[in-house]
Ligand binder design. Structure first.
Ligand code: SAM
Length: 211
């Protein structure tokens, strides 16, 4: 698994290497652009302009929203990635920090219309994912959504098939999303496959109205 330094080193070549894997339709990034486009369109279609991006990398997705006037907040532990993203989004509030230890304090004081995490949360174990998502849900404004785009599978059999097909390319250190194992914790969660190895998970908070 890449650590903070590993991502610093990958930062300059990141957009290119992701683009190549997506164009070739190969694991792990087959479906990458479709996922980012889908999230972009859903955020644009919804009301509200506050977006939190967790593990934003070079800011590929959020920079497009920033250009459309969205208020962008984010957290990433790679200083190099933060530098590249901040150049594209000078007024975005981007904080350093390891999300396996939680969100930077100022980010917990805001509410968001969308919380995005693309190709980042597979660095958390499954129990950590559940815990982290439970901490994110109360940060949504009413009607807001969490969108997770990542290497993800409907069930473990499909993950195992992808692992066999990927052979030596498979990254044993990354812990990919398996929808039917997460759904018991989040019955409202939806999953849409976007390629044979990637999908979009979406989750909204259930708000109760008090009179
Ligand atoms: C594969 S890149 C994805 C970047 C971007 N979201 C995208 O879709 O192109 C993963 C990003 O998550 C960040 N990241 C990984 N683990 C992290 C952690 N534990 N805490 C904070 N950031 C982390 C990395 O620095 C990197 O920028």
């Amino acid at each position: 698994m890449l650590d903070k330094k590993g991502f610093d080193l990958w930062a300059d070549g990141y957009d290119r290497s992701v683009g190549l894997s997506d164009e070739d339709g190969t694991y792990p990034f087959a479906g990458y652009k479709s996922i980012l486009n889908e999230i972009y369109n859903r955020v644009l279609a919804a009301p509200g302009k506050a977006v939190l991006d967790i593990g934003f990398g070079t800011g590929t997705l959020t920079a497009k929203l920033y250009e459309r006037g969205y208020r962008i907040f984010g957290q990433d532990f790679s200083e190099k990635m933060i530098g590249l993203a901040q150049e594209k989004m000078p007024d975005a509030q981007l904080y350093p920090g390891d999300f396996s230890k939680g969100l930077a304090a100022p980010l917990t004081e805001q509410k968001y219309d969308a919380i995005i995490a693309t190709y980042s949360l597979h660095h958390l174990t499954d129990p950590q994912k559940v815990d982290f998502l439970n901490r994110l849900l109360p940060l949504l404004n009413p009607g807001g959504w969490i969108y997770i785009g990542d290497v993800a599978f409907e069930n473990r059999a499909l993950l195992e098939k992808c692992r066999r097909d990927a052979g030596n390319e498979w990254d044993e250190d990354e812990i990919y999303f398996v929808y039917d194992e997460l759904k018991p914790f989040f019955p409202e969660m939806r999953f849409e496959p976007m390629s044979y190895c990637a999908g979009l998970l979406s989750l909204t908070a259930v708000f109760t109205h008090t009179s």
